[in-house]
Unconditional design. Structure first.
Length: 244
């Protein structure tokens, strides 16, 4: 009887203990799996965050580099543009000195016919008419009581570049009382340095532009009309531009 009682008592206890162990085992396994899942989630989240941070850092560095390069390029372009806009460019004077600049109606000292030295070496020739021109240069070449020094006719202007000791021989023809003059500058300031009634020989004392005026003696006698002008250049020494 006692043995039966003990067995009956022990049986439930063993079952209860087995159930408890199974439950505990299941619970432990569940808890262990849960922890693993959470840890994995944390690890994945941490890795993702780390990768995201690295990506953002890389993007930031790339953007910064791109902006820096863009700024540098912009500043470089701006500097080059400013340099181009403000830089002084030297103009070679020799093409104008050697080749000249034709003008069929050289009616003022400010807009003359520029005679090229190359042409003058071969004897420059021009045929024109001063009827429609003006009396822009009327300084006398000597005492006004000498009619040969009068100068009030209509005129044309020519310009040539001379070096020291260069000589020009100028011949003017026309059916009126002529006046051919030379100014030793390009502005036609004051009286001419030399003037004649059609034949003139002049030697330059300095380097620079010289102005030749084809003129008439008197407006009262209508000294204007058709004329021809010849200019022969003889070199006085070496010339910087080496014109042909």
């Amino acid at each position: 009887m006692r043995q039966l009682i003990l067995l009956s008592l022990l049986g439930p206890l063993a079952c209860s203990t087995g159930t408890s162990d199974d439950t505990t085992s299941v619970f432990s396994a569940s808890l262990g799996e849960g922890n693993l899942d959470e840890n994995a989630s944390v690890d994945e989240s941490g890795t993702s965050a780390s990768e995201s941070g690295a990506s953002e850092s890389t993007d930031s560095e790339s953007t910064s580099t791109s902006e820096s390069e863009t700024t540098s390029t912009s500043e470089s372009t701006s500097t080059e543009s400013d340099s181009t806009e403000t830089g002084d460019v030297d103009v070679d004077p020799c093409p104008l000195i050697c080749d000249g600049k034709p003008d069929p109606t050289p009616i003022s000292c400010d807009a003359p016919y520029v005679i090229g030295r190359s042409s003058a070496k071969q004897e420059f020739f021009f045929g024109g008419n001063t009827t429609g021109s003006m009396d822009s240069d009327n300084g006398v070449c000597g005492p006004i009581d000498n009619q040969a020094n009068w100068d009030s006719g209509r005129d044309h202007f020519f310009r040539i570049y001379l070096y020291p000791d260069d000589q020009i021989d100028v011949t003017m023809t026309g059916q009126f009382d002529k006046r051919v003059k030379v100014h030793d500058e390009e502005d036609c300031v004051g009286n001419a340095k030399d003037c004649t009634d059609g034949l003139l020989s002049y030697t330059a004392l300095a380097e620079g532009w010289f102005t030749i005026v084809a003129d008439g003696q008197s407006v009262a006698f209508m000294d204007w009309g058709d004329y021809t002008l010849r200019v022969q250049l003889t070199l006085g020494g070496p010339e910087a531009c080496n014109c042909l």
